[in-house]
Ligand binder design. Structure first.
Ligand SMILES: Cc1cc2nc3c(=O)[nH]c(=O)nc-3n(C[C@H](O)[C@H](O)[C@H](O)COP(=O)(O)OP(=O)(O)OC[C@H]3O[C@@H](n4cnc5c(N)ncnc54)[C@H](O)[C@@H]3O)c2cc1C
Length: 434
């Protein structure tokens, strides 16, 4: 591969994908350097101290079917703990309706089941590449208004879209929604009761990149943003603010929106450029409110709520495994885009009090991260607007010596930690295979 003093591979981005990719490359005997723009590793996995706990303000859950993530956690000695979902949940998705308990919604279940089955058949067609082009020209929102008369189900799918893609259904291509659901195990229903599938990590998902980086040691360089990548044919040159590094291959282990800030030469193929341009990273603000007591548990509540409209669209129990009581709250799409660091936390506390009583209005500590305003993430999960897929947008590689990893490049579970590992391991294997 490289000359005696050169690197084999430069990986851009020390998120989960870049770090897994580097780890597998090193295991295969490659000389690797990881360049990370921030002064920390983990990217969209972030642990933040609040009160007496450390909380995930980025990615958090493992669910059944995510085999690579489970294997990686086992490999790194990171334990999993079941997400607390015992007790009553709140589903308040009607415009003017008061919060209602889950059982109150069950009379609709049969009719909705038939509609959801139809949606599942569409997901299968999208996954098989057998979808009409019109599905891409349609937005999910327009399709719901036209084809789904049941207001409850329409709202139900809209909430699912908001929580999965941090997007209003009108912003997403119907085909992109169906295809991404197909790659993540179908139409996961967030209101189907306590499945027990969701697990968190101890001490948090941020432990995964932290342990990978510790093992990679000085192969990881922080606070080093890559500005340009040049594939010379004989190798690659990677330009930072202070140096030009050379290697045989480079891996872009970052979200498509982050690639907008890197000058790539020769230009990437039109499909990749289209994906970089069209991708819509979903704005999300994730908050954690810490309390002295888990009063919602005392009241027989799970801490889980889905709401529409309002600033807070979802809450979950976020008590740490060692017992620091906390609730997490999610603000997505337009609410996140309009987030104000100065005034929005008070609105979140008021929403929590409306759901869980006056005690929720006064957390002992409060922390949040605004992912839409994060200069290196640009948002949470990437979706495509109507028309982008049929215009050929595809965030995939390799292109000469330039490889594409990051969760958005995954074949399975794009947008999730599982997808970050899928893309990383596939990319590392391809480079090692030559
Ligand atoms: C609020 C939130 C909740 C989520 N919940 C879940 C969940 O429960 N379960 C789940 O599986 N997933 C969840 N996710 C998604 C999950 O966090 C991501 O899929 C995963 O962390 C992506 O990893 P990645 O390495 O592909 O990308 P990233 O983590 O984005 O890593 C890319 C890295 O590249 C760096 N970078 C960018 N530009 C440059 C540059 N020019 N030069 C050098 N470095 C650069 C960035 O700083 C970053 O560190 C959530 C995400 C968010 C934000």
């Amino acid at each position: 591969m490289a000359g005696r003093d050169d690197l084999d591979v430069i990986v851009i981005g020390a998120g989960l994908s870049g770090l897994v990719c580097a780890t597998r490359l090193v295991a295969g005997g490659a000389r690797v350097r990881v360049l990370e723009a921030r002064d920390r590793v983990g990217g969209r996995l972030l642990g933040v101290a609040a009160g007496d706990g450390v909380f995930d303000l980025g990615g958090q859950w493992w669910t059944a079917g995510q085999a690579r993530l489970a294997a990686l956690a086992d490999e790194l000695g990171v334990a999993r703990v079941r997400q607390f979902r015992d007790g009553g949940s709140i589903l308040a998705v009607e415009p003017a309706g008061p919060p209602r308990s889950l059982p109150g919604r069950l009379f609709d279940a049969l009719a909705r089941g038939r509609r959801l089955a139809a949606l599942s058949r569409m997901i299968a067609r999208a996954g098989a590449g057998d979808a009409p082009a019109a599905w891409d020209r349609d937005s999910l929102g327009a399709w719901l208004e036209r084809e789904v008369p049941d207001v409850g189900l329409r709202t139900h799918v809209a909430v699912h879209c908001e929580m999965t893609f941090a997007a209003d259904p009108h912003e997403l291509s119907l085909l992109d929604y169906l295809t991404q659901l197909g790659a993540t195990g179908g139409h996961g229903d967030p209101f189907d009761g306590n499945t027990g599938d969701e697990h968190r990590f101890v001490p948090g998902a941020h432990a995964l990149p932290a342990r990978l980086a510790a093992a990679l040691g000085d192969r990881v360089t922080l606070a080093t943003a890559v500005r340009a990548v040049d594939d010379t044919g004989a190798g690659v040159q990677v330009v930072t603010d202070t140096a030009t590094l050379r290697a045989s291959h480079v891996v872009l282990a970052l979200p498509p929106a982050a690639a907008r800030t890197i000058a790539v030469s020769p230009a990437l193929p039109a499909a990749v450029t289209a994906a970089v341009t069209a991708t819509r990273p979903g704005p999300v603000v994730k908050c954690v409110a810490v309390y002295d007591r888990a009063f919602w548990r005392d009241d027989g509540r799970s801490g889980e709520a889905y709401l529409r409209p309002g600033l807070v669209r979802a809450t979950v129990d976020a008590c740490t495994p060692d017992g620091v009581p906390a609730l997490a709250a999610f603000i997505v799409a337009a609410g996140a885009a309009a987030w104000s660091d100065a005034s929005s936390p008070a609105v979140v506390a008021a929403d929590l009090a409306r759901l869980y009583g006056a005690a929720a209005a006064s957390p002992t500590a409060f922390a949040f991260h605004d992912w839409g305003c994060d200069a290196w993430s640009h948002g949470c999960v990437a979706g495509l607007p109507p028309g982008a897929r049929s215009a050929g947008a595809a965030w995939r590689g390799p292109h000469g010596r330039i490889h594409v990893a990051g969760t958005e490049a995954a074949e399975r579970w794009p947008g999730f930690m599982e997808g970050a590992i899928d893309a990383a391991e596939r990319t590392a294997a391809a480079i090692l295979a030559g």
